[in-house]
Design a protein around this ligand. Structure first.
Ligand code: BGC
Length: 413
């Protein structure tokens, strides 16, 4: 089959520790979830029990015909108290990497995906002056232990969303310490995230010189209704502002996109539960097809985000997340087909895209929305933890097998 995909293209699915592992009791999110009155549908609890069932998850990826797995390492488990490192937890993640190698699955590891240790959260998370150095120190300890397993590495997941939504609107726990959420908190978090990325990138390069290091950005396709160009420019400034430049000196950029934001008049009432994003999701024209999260159903958004990231950073790209929340798996198949078509067009146009990771492998804990949102290729019974691949998983696997992608080149150091 004639395809534009390089033979070592990474075809995978993504998860994040707090959303799938279960009982992440030393994290700031666990504490947040148990505070009275927080707008979180339910606590994360056992999640998908992937802390114990990771082998099954990795085997599933291989059975589907995929060759890569993006997962995150949980700082709260590695360093449950300041300066106290858990060797057993580091070994756990080393075993995950070894299991990936056994199944010819290439790991793409993220060092921080939204949650932080509770003791960092108590100081305001990304508002604390010491967080960047302490984060880089944790990264150094883990990178020295995992070494050759580090191939593509994301230091921080979506620092742009963390600052712009988490700390501006107060949806992340750390934002509630000190003066509280707002512009000042968003600016401070941005500064800390930038420093943390730079320091941790160096720590990874020192320990694992072969690793390709980057971060992942929460991107969108942008649209504008006539006359609203300055609104669009303002939204873009706020969202993208300092975040493309943060990637300078990186080896790649992780692109994550789910939807399109269209600058225009406020025209529709927002679906309940998305108050923090009101200005963005309230501007669609009446009748726009929306997902259950309130944003537009827009499969081709990923292609637009790839093009923008490439033009703004000049770096190779890995799609580290892309997917759709839906209870109707036929919609996921439709979304996948549209997204993969736009990815194909990017490669045909010569853009340097190295991989595509669907969000998510499993139906998991969707932060404020709890378990109500279904992003997974695989259904999880949250009482027995049984995994059941959905037709969309088979569909995606068949697409990848038809391309004839290579099994990942993986090492056990
Ligand atoms: C985050 C994930 C989240 C996904 C779907 C991304 O912003 O990195 O943790 O589950 O979007 O909402």
């Amino acid at each position: 089959m004639n395809t534009p995909y390089p033979p070592d293209f990474l075809w995978g699915a993504s998860t994040a520790a707090h959303q799938v592992e279960g009982n992440n009791v030393n994290s700031d999110w666990w504490v947040f979830e148990h505070q009275p009155g927080v707008p979180i549908a339910e606590p994360s609890g056992d999640a998908c029990d992937s802390y114990h069932r990771y082998r099954e998850d990795i085997a599933l990826l291989a059975q589907l015909g995929l060759n890569a797995y993006r997962f995150s390492i949980e700082w709260a488990r590695i360093e449950p108290a300041p300066g106290e490192f858990s060797r057993a937890s580091i070994d756990h993640y080393r075993r995950m990497c070894e299991t990936c190698a056994e199944f010819s699955i290439q790991p793409l590891i993220t060092f921080q995906h939204i949650s932080l240790p509770a003791w960092v959260g108590e100081h305001g998370g990304w508002l604390w002056d010491e967080t960047p150095e302490r984060f880089a120190n944790y990264v150094r300890v883990v990178a020295e232990a995992l070494q050759n397993h580090l191939i593509y590495v994301v230091t921080i997941n979506e620092p742009d969303l963390t600052a712009n939504v988490g700390y501006r609107f107060g949806t992340f726990p750390g934002a509630h310490v000190g003066e509280g959420p707002g512009e000042v908190a968003a600016a401070k978090a941005t500064e800390m995230l930038r420093r943390a990325h730079r320091l941790s990138r160096q720590a990874i390069r020192d320990a694992a010189p072969q690793a390709k290091v980057g971060l992942s950005l929460a991107m969108q396709e942008w649209g504008v209704q006539p006359g609203y160009e300055s609104t669009l420019a303002e939204i873009q400034r706020q969202w993208e502002g300092d975040f493309f430049s943060i990637t300078k000196g990186d080896d790649f950029v992780g692109v994550q996109a789910y939807t399109r934001i269209v600058a225009g008049p406020v025209s529709e009432q927002l679906p309940e539960g998305f108050a923090e994003l009101i200005p963005l999701f309230n501007m669609y024209s009446p009748g726009t097809r929306r997902t259950v999260m309130g944003y537009e159903f827009r499969p081709q958004a990923i292609g637009a985000a790839i093009r923008r990231a490439s033009e703004q950073t000049g770096l190779p790209i890995v799609v580290t997340e892309n997917g759709v929340p839906t209870d109707d798996d036929r919609e996921r198949v439709e979304y996948l087909d549209g997204a993969l078509a736009s990815l194909h067009d990017c490669l045909t146009d010569g853009l340097d895209v190295r991989g595509y990771f669907h969000w998510s492998l499993l139906d998991n804990f969707e932060w404020h929305q709890g378990y109500r949102m279904h992003f997974g290729l695989v259904e999880v019974d949250h009482t027995t933890f049984a995994r059941k691949p959905k037709p969309s998983a088979m569909h995606y696997g068949q697409f990848v097998r038809d391309i004839g992608t290579s099994p990942a080149k993986v090492v056990i150091p």
